[in-house]
Design a protein around this ligand. Structure first.
Ligand SMILES: *Cc1c(COP(=O)(O)O)cnc(C)c1O
Length: 374
């Protein structure tokens, strides 16, 4: 039997919820968006605005920075392109920094090396749903007078020192893409504080104050400023709501799979073949990704090929942005940022999802052991 890399969780009531939605409001910000806000509000995640994707949430955050020509935003090279695109679309300059070999995320030191007079913000990407060192990053940003944005696309329901990821910076972005833990196909959310909320609402609702109008705060709505339609359909909100109703089950299952990998791969770490992902003690994980970093790129290739021949789909991850064609156009040099390059060569993600069993995880780990010691 094939063990796929991804597998979406199917909530029992998902068809019923979509049917229910079809009988009522299907545009944005209806009953299901309200329920989602309540659900997140239940553990202190508020306010949040649902968007068509995590990428849209990052765009909204960068737009609200009101960047001037030449303003810089620091973010990791070992990353998906969304945050860098968001900076460019907002008229800024993405400045790529290196990551820690322990967490594959930014640190205050790696960011500090890239700070200039033009730095306006830092985007902390919580890779694998493992929190970045937020206290150090917040202090650096406060000292420099720039904003901290969290790309918590992978960090929904994960925490830093007990506080939900996405709520620790000026802005936070969530993703509900089908590859994420809790999904509705395509979807996202922007988290921000009260000072940015009204501008965020206006931008995402075609540049109008319709959201205030719906709250009864004005008697008609009008064009206020430049904007677009960054809203989530109620159909998506209904799907997402059924998933979140089972969030604890989803998370517990993923964490159990990760626990099996961690235990059964320990001998390989002890023999120096690989390093198991680090979870710092300040981070509460959500089981989004389980990864290892091999001692060499060659060993990673050997193991990945062995797993695939046994029907197990394990995956590498990002091509660092500084090594991409777009990175070259932005003036990055290939020998910059060695840890991001090493992560790209050595990292392997193992399957973790709702449709695999604990026995599947045991089989993956057994094949890993065979592959390394072949
Ligand atoms: C998934 C992801 C995104 C993009 O989210 P979408 O909802 O697919 O737009 C952005 N950043 C990171 C780190 C991601 O993992």
């Amino acid at each position: 039997m094939m063990i796929a890399f991804y597998g979406r969780y199917h909530a029992p009531q998902e068809s019923a919820a979509v049917a229910d939605c079809l009988s009522g409001e299907v545009a944005s910000d209806g009953a299901y968006a309200r329920r989602l806000r309540q659900w997140f509000g239940g553990f202190g995640v508020a306010p949040l605005l649902f968007t068509p994707s995590g990428s849209h949430a990052l765009e909204l955050a960068c737009h609200l920075l009101r960047l001037q020509v030449g303003d810089e935003v620091i973010l990791p090279s070992y990353n998906f392109p969304s945050a860098a695109n968001a900076v460019l679309l907002a008229g800024g300059v993405p400045v790529l920094c290196d990551v820690s070999p322990d967490t594959q995320s930014i640190t205050a030191q790696s960011v500090a090396r890239r700070v200039t007079q033009r730095t306006r913000a830092v985007i902390a990407v919580h890779y694998a749903g493992i929190a970045c060192p937020m206290d150090e990053l917040a202090e650096l940003c406060e000292q420099g007078g720039f904003s901290l944005i969290e790309d918590a696309a992978q960090g929904v329901c994960a925490a830093y020192r007990g506080k939900p990821l996405g709520t620790l910076g000026r802005f936070g972005a969530y993703s509900f893409h089908s590859t994420k833990n809790y999904s509705c196909g395509e979807g996202g959310a922007l988290l921000c504080g009260e000072p940015d909320l009204q501008a965020a609402e206006i931008f995402r609702d075609k540049g109008t104050n319709r959201t205030q109008y719906l709250r009864g705060q004005c008697d008609r709505y009008t064009w206020q400023s430049v904007g677009s339609s960054y809203v989530m359909s109620e159909l998506s909100a209904a799907l997402l709501h059924t998933q979140l109703a089972h969030a604890q089950t989803i998370t517990a299952h993923r964490l159990a799979l990760c626990g099996i990998y961690r235990t059964l791969l320990q001998p390989l770490e002890d023999q120096g073949a690989l390093r198991i992902m680090t979870v710092p003690d300040y981070a509460t994980p959500n089981g989004h990704i389980f990864y290892v970093r091999f001692a060499s790129g060659a060993l990673r290739e050997q193991v990945q090929a062995h797993l695939l021949s046994g029907g197990i789909d394990a995956r590498t991850h990002y091509v660092p942005l500084h090594l991409s064609p777009m990175g070259a156009r932005l003036g990055c040099r290939p020998d910059d940022l060695p840890e991001s390059k090493a992560a790209a060569e050595q990292l392997l993600r193992l399957p973790v999802h709702a449709q695999m069993s604990q026995e599947d995880a045991q089989r993956v780990a057994a094949e890993m052991n065979k592959a390394v010691n072949k």
